[in-house]
Design a protein around this ligand. Structure first.
Ligand code: SF4
Length: 473
């Protein structure tokens, strides 16, 4: 496979046409994603709606603007996400009921988006379509969420950031996990796998459970597993039916910190590989020329939007990317993060991986030392999904006229002149025509001075002349 094109604009914004929304639409057109939308196409815009109290997920305005653009092209957009695995006992998106409530709280509603927002894999997450994958590197089948499998076209609108399991959370993960049904996610997470699943690769240490009396919250040890695989028997001993483990991750955060289960690093490595196979399954069922990718590499937090919090970004905004190649677009974003200095005080600096050239996601996002930020990318290159070799196309801003408020394009006098005569916001009839009651003159310079905090809690004025650079003349 040759080089793929990745169309890109930086994240600077100082005008109508350089708004990040405008840039997203500009690279969408520039990369040719508009060409794949035909009249009446039902177009899935796959987003991550964010976990409860996550704050780094993409603002809904990006999906709204994209949906409007698809409607302009004659398509019928819908915005979607899928139910998650029960990866936390208290997750907020594990059923359609829950994810709809969380999505609405995070701003993703049919009203805000101007098109339907749906849960693509049904009420519990078993509404899907099985795809054969003989070409998969690890997976030989995948279960794609039904609404995505049935769509005429798919646009993965991705918040590019880090991920504790995937190391990066990019385009590949948006479809390789996010477009799989709950059943499909258990497949990708290696549930039941003889070497890579938690049941086979995890080490169980029941002796770390010291009995109910010594464990005030002992009930969570049984309640964390929705498959009911942990039991405290009549002898006050903890038992685990490992052979039935679906690797939903529900016990990771409960058993792992207590030392009851060693979470196997190999499980994470295998999932990272499987992500690219599952992404390939989406392209196989929808059509290789009917799936496009936009990566918004902004607010690059170390953890995924699946977390119920968001740490400060590890690098500054990297820009807006679009491509028809999921492998190339993620590679371009990883390369951009690698060459960009990390943010002071972020997890990248704490891990001393904030220098240009450092692998920031491996240092700041990965759970285990040795996880690779390019494992999914390399697998996608290997299984024929795409190419890690890419040409970065620097895109110019488009005509600002395209991005003005569309509902009334008349300038201000035409819109407001007559209305201001009837509903006058400026009281010309008061204070000799000056309108409002104010002092004529005050010492503005006095309010512009800087004061330095001192140890006694007071602030002393800074002598600006002392700070001024010496005059060489
Ligand atoms: S034992 Fe397996 S199925 Fe049960 S919560 Fe843990 S990972 Fe999920």
């Amino acid at each position: 496979m040759g080089k793929s094109q990745v169309h890109w604009m930086d994240a600077h914004s100082e005008s109508t046409e350089t708004s990040l929304v405008a840039k997203m639409l500009t690279v969408f057109d520039s990369a040719g994603l508009d060409k794949m939308i035909k009249p009446n196409d039902m177009v899935a815009i796959k987003i991550h709606c964010g976990e409860w109290n996550n704050t780094a997920y993409l603002r809904p305005v990006y999906a709204r603007a994209l949906a409007d653009r698809i409607k302009e092209l004659g398509g019928r957009p819908f915005v979607c996400d899928t139910t998650t695995s029960t990866y936390s006992p208290w997750g907020s998106r594990s059923s359609e009921l829950d994810i709809m409530l969380t999505a609405e709280r995070n701003g993703y509603t049919s009203a805000t988006l101007g098109c339907p927002f749906i849960c693509a894999d049904g009420f519990i997450g078993t509404s899907d379509f099985r795809v054969d994958l003989p070409e998969g590197y690890l997976l030989k089948e995948a279960y794609v969420a039904q609404a995505i499998a049935a769509a005429d076209a798919v646009i993965a609108l991705t918040h590019f950031k880090g991920h504790s399991m995937g190391v990066i959370g990019g385009a590949l993960k948006n479809l390789g996990i996010g477009a799989q049904s709950k059943r499909g996610k258990l497949n990708v997470h290696m549930g039941g796998h003889p070497n890579y699943g938690l049941g086979s690769a995890g080490a169980f240490h029941p002796e770390k459970f010291l009995g109910k009396a010594a464990t005030p919250d002992w009930e969570i040890l049984e309640d964390c597993c929705p498959f009911n695989l942990y039991h405290i028997n009549d002898n006050d001993e903890l038992e685990w039916e490992a052979e039935k483990c679906a690797t939903c991750l529900g016990c990771f955060g409960v058993m792992g910190p207590r030392g009851i289960i060693d979470i196997p690093a190999v499980n994470f490595d295998a999932v990272d590989v499987a992500i690219a196979d599952a992404c390939l399954a989406v392209e196989k069922i929808v059509g290789r020329d009917k799936v496009g990718y936009i990566n918004m590499a902004i607010d690059v937090s170390p953890r995924c939007d699946c977390a119920n919090h968001a740490d400060m970004p590890i690098v500054p905004h990297l820009g807006v990317f679009a491509s028809m190649d999921a492998v190339a677009i993620d590679m371009a974003c990883v390369d951009a993060a690698k060459r960009t200095p990390g943010i002071a005080g972020s997890a990248a600096e704490l891990m001393e991986a904030h220098h240009p050239g450092d692998r920031k996601f491996e240092a700041a996002a990965a759970t285990f030392h040795g996880q690779s930020e390019v494992a999914s990318i390399n697998t996608g290159h290997e299984n024929g999904l795409g190419s890690r070799d890419y040409e970065l196309v620097d895109v110019d801003p488009a005509d600002p006229e395209k991005y003005r408020f569309p509902y009334d394009r008349r300038p201000s006098r035409q819109r407001f002149g007559e209305r201001f005569e009837r509903f006058q916001p400026f009281p010309y009839d008061r204070h000799d025509g000056r309108g409002f009651d104010r002092n004529d003159e005050v010492d503005l310079e006095a309010m512009k001075k800087h004061y330095e905090p001192s140890t006694n809690g007071h602030h002393a004025e800074i002598d600006e002349q002392v700070l001024a650079p010496a005059d060489d003349n």
